[in-house]
Design a protein around this ligand. Sequence first.
Ligand SMILES: Cc1ncc(COP(=O)(O)O)c(C=O)c1O
Length: 375
Amino acid sequence: MIAKTKIWLSSPHMGGTEQQYVQEAFDSNWIAPLGPNVSAFEHSLENYVGGDMFAAALSSGTAAIHLGLKILGVSRGDEVLCQSFTFSASANPIVYLGATPVFIDSETDTWNISPELLEKAIKDRLAKGKKPKAIIAVHLYGMPYKADEIRALSEKYDIPVLEDSAEALGSTYKGQKCGSLGDLSILSFNGNKIITTSGGGALLTRDQKQKEKAVFLATQARDEAPHYQHSEIGHNYRMSNVLAGIGRGQMEVLDERVAARRSNYAYYKDAFQDITDITFQKEHPDFYANRWLSCILTPSYQVREQIRLALAEQDIESRPLWKPMHLQPVFQDALHFSDGTSEKLFDTGLCLPSGSNLREEDLELVAYHVKKALV
Ligand SMILES: Cc1ncc(COP(=O)(O)O)c(C=O)c1O
């Protein structure tokens, strides 16, 4: 059994109505970074995420983190505590602002920021007279972080949380949607995400003023004046009305996409139930993960590579789990509080094809070749 066409890790999956909204943008000539699709997309995000959040549609999730940190007052010389086990986009905006990341390792249940190590880091930084300006916590692969524990530390030490929900639209924590758990939250609609606008993101805020500030900064920080006047440095980060049309269509199928990704995960779990070399992350009843990517754990780096290379030979895309930020050459000098958890996950974990558009025969083929690689 060889895949006739490449099986991708996570490819875009249109629902059908996206083109109609894009057509509306063309028909009304709203080919601009504002317009009815942007407002409607923002409203559908607000309704979906709930928690009285306000959404600002932006050009990427990275832009949303950048503006979010700015709104939290992060600036040159500050320190920001950031989950180490994540994609570099969680941490890069800290550096754009001239601030310094301090990386925190994960805990083994959710693979997300460890409350123990976070508190250890906060105490250490306070003892050295450097109160961190913000905490970036990430729902990696769509599994919610331990929001109550992180919130408690945030309140105890008075440090705001920026919730990186780029991978977790559709996940919930104790019944609350991811994207409504931070002081500020971000989403990504990059091409590989659970829904996509080809490229895009959103900042979710707790009040209207913060949203207005985000939109102001995202549209070159123009002061109220008939001419172009600027008292602050701005950015060109707003989402275009054309792409927001794709987002509107995608929101109509979001719940189906979550169900399909969770069903991929269930398929793999079932297919590998008798294989001792493959284990899965547990899901606590309070946590509902969108299973953006289906991840497996193997006993060693060698076994992980054995599977990855066997799949690649069949034109089946798989990928090691994220390489922690504290192991990245670009962050080699960064301070980190780690206990080896994310390093081990990186060494032994693999993301399997997880798109909501995978067919049963694709999943069968992936499972077949994974098992074959282990014989
Ligand atoms: C955890 C995480 N944070 C941030 C981002 C950045 O989002 P974007 O690609 O839309 O800039 C991504 C995805 O790309 C991500 O996976």
